[in-house]
Design a protein. Structure first.
Length: 148
């Protein structure tokens, strides 16, 4: 059973004039051993580094979107999502056994998520985001599928 997430860092990115500010929370969930105790995680620092780098890249190329990134090197995956649209259980998963973790792979994942919700690649456009949220948000209605 995983433990509660612990906030490791909190950063505020000030938006350009007319844009919103963004709070980026870096959190860590400690793995549990067979008895439910906290297990030492040899991958913690690398997972935090991978997630931070992926988030930085997504925010630089697709700014303003409400990205979430989780790295789990032990399971060989990197997960990318926009929880407001996709809910908290749906992710774009990069299988690190099959795909090298490169900036290109991260940007393809982010771009495909945006395209599924008919959001343009690049800076967040609030009107189209609000339309996508109204039509597709799985955060409010879990039964809504991610658009194809």
């Amino acid at each position: 059973m995983p433990h509660d997430a612990v906030t490791v860092r909190q950063d505020v990115l000030e938006g350009d004039p007319g844009q919103h500010d963004i709070v980026i929370l870096s959190k860590y969930v400690a793995p549990a051993d067979g008895d439910g105790n906290v297990e030492f995680d040899v991958h913690k620092d690398y997972d935090m580094w991978c997630a931070a780098r992926a988030m930085s890249l997504l925010m630089a190329v697709y700014p303003g979107h409400f990205w979430a990134v989780e790295s789990d090197v032990k399971q060989h995956i990197l997960k990318i999502g926009i929880p407001i649209l996709m809910g908290i259980c749906n992710w774009y998963v990069i299988n690190l056994r099959q795909t090298e973790l490169t900036p290109g792979a991260i940007l393809v994942a982010g771009g495909e998520i945006l395209e599924r919700y008919r959001l343009r690649r690049g800076r967040l456009e609030i009107a189209s985001f609000l339309e996508a949220r109204a039509n597709h948000s799985a955060l409010v209605n879990r039964r809504r599928p991610v658009p194809e």
